[in-house]
Design a protein around this ligand. Structure first.
Ligand code: GLN
Length: 456
């Protein structure tokens, strides 16, 4: 059913970079056979799941929506994928994304653009745009995205769904193709908080293969979130940046509505400030490209994926090795990825390292301190996800700075490592969805789910 729905929506939505017709049917048959044989089934037995194409899958391609990895099928499954399969989930395909997860509209993909199911002239957001669109189009109940600076939450907001970025270290990054290793986290996306809780349950937990994964017990999210509501909780509202030009009134309205809902449900609403929030975007856009330039050096034409032809190498003026590296990278990467590599390489180079990268690390510490101080006063923080609802396709493709400013409200959680959730928060005048965001202290995903549960 899910496969048929995907087939029907691909021409207009294009949420998938790869549809796994055969392996999905085989997996479904295995679940069926196990059921008939009376075997104990996993908690997600038979559930169709879509995976962002940045997570390694051994039985289908993993392209990162890049020409660089167009024909690449990894030899192993990412831990997240292995855990979902182990729980019985059926991977129906890999979802479209911005190339190497760099972008906020899924338009930097080498696999074509993805339409927002609410209005196909609008972007679904990014970089996990395909994963969000697959939920909004109703073709899968659960998808897995990744979030380095907002890539789960922003597309969730644009597509009117729920998306959770876990605490850094809560979910294994093993087999997640690295963009910015100190910020990347995979997380679940679905219609409701309940679905996201089920997804997180299957993904979360310590993995010895990821040295930054946290060895802490995973709570039983569904009963834990349902056991309590928000009565007595202190929720701090973040208003910084909301009065700037370009912030859509629908975003302010959604926040005001959310405040009153939580107040009615018995939470105490207070004002809270993160004084360094104006430095979030500049800090992120130094640290993320620096890490990216280092991580992406592995795509050199020799180890993985795309390599230019021998004829092109022979025709080059430089020596064959250098020609292979530089021509393969020039031909394999798209322009946004190249921009990030250049920015990162520049900021890490001798003489600039202290001025940019080191400075950004210091500011990152101040940002984290702001969060620690705020969470001394409040249990959760409530704020916007995006400056506006979904924008039109092509609207920002020629203006990288405008694209980067989409991340105004989301990158703080990544820089601080805290968990955050995007919840459907209403609609603008034209009927496009608007999100609201909750952020919690590290490892307090249950608190996000609890509050999300009373809100939905
Ligand atoms: N839009 C941000 C960027 O382009 C975030 C991407 C992400 O979270 N993967 O870097």
């Amino acid at each position: 059913q899910s496969l048929a729905a995907i087939r029907a929506t691909q021409p207009t939505i294009n949420a998938f970079a790869h549809v796994a017709e055969e392996t999905a049917m085989q997996a479904a048959e295995t679940v069926d056979a196990d059921r008939k044989a009376g075997k104990t089934l996993g908690p997600l037995a038979g559930l169709p799941v879509a995976i962002k194409d940045v997570l390694c899958t051994s039985d289908m391609p993993t392209t990162c929506s890049s020409k660089m990895l167009k024909d690449f099928t990894p030899p192993y499954d990412a831990t997240v994928v292995a855990r979902l399969k182990h729980a019985g989930a059926i991977v129906v395909g890999k979802t479209n994304m911005d190339e190497f997860a760099m972008g906020a509209s899924t338009e930097t993909s080498a696999m074509g653009v993805t339409g927002n199911p609410w209005d196909t002239t609008k972007t679904p957001g990014g970089s996990s745009g395909g994963a969000a669109a697959a939920i909004a189009a109703g073709v899968v109940p659960l998808s897995i995205g990744t979030d380095t600076g907002g890539s789960i939450r922003q597309p969730s907001a644009f597509c009117g769904i729920t998306g959770l970025k876990p605490t850094y270290g809560r979910v294994s990054r093993y087999g997640l193709v690295a963009f910015a290793s100190s910020l990347d986290q995979a997380g679940p996306m679905g219609w409701s908080v309940d679905d996201v809780a089920i997804g997180l349950q299957a993904m979360a937990g310590y993995d010895p293969r990821d040295s930054t994964s946290v060895d802490a017990e995973v709570p039983d999210y569904t009963p834990a979130m349902a056991a309590e509501d928000v009565r007595g909780m202190r929720i701090g509202v973040l208003r910084e940046g909301l009065d700037q030009e370009g912030i859509s009134p629908a975003v302010r309205d959604a926040l005001a509505t959310a405040e009153s809902v939580f107040r009615e449900q018995g939470a105490e609403i207070v004002e809270v400030e993160l004084p360094h929030s104006k430095y979030w975007v500049p800090t992120y856009y130094v640290i993320a490209p620096c890490e990216a330039s280092s991580n992406l050096s592995r795509f050199d034409g020799a180890h993985y994926g795309f390599r230019v032809s021998d004829a092109e190498i022979a025709a080059a003026d430089s020596g064959p090795l250098e020609a292979m590296y530089s021509l393969s990278r020039a031909g394999g990467f798209g322009s946004e990825v190249k921009r990030r590599i250049m920015v990162g390489t520049y900021a890490l180079s001798e003489g600039y390292y202290d001025a940019y990268y080191n400075q950004a690390l210091k500011v990152r510490r101040l940002i984290r301190n702001d969060y620690d101080a705020a969470f001394q006063q409040v249990d959760l923080m409530l704020g916007p996800v995006t400056p506006s609802p979904a924008f039109a396709l092509n609207e920002k493709t020629d203006d990288p700075i405008a694209m980067y400013l989409c991340d105004l409200f989301t990158v703080g959680a990544n820089l601080a490592g805290v968990p955050a959730i995007s919840l459907p928060g209403g609609f603008d005048a034209s009927g496009l969805p608007v999100g609201v965001q909750l952020q919690a202290p590290v490892m307090e995903e249950t608190r996000l789910l609890r509050a999300g549960n009373v809100f939905q």
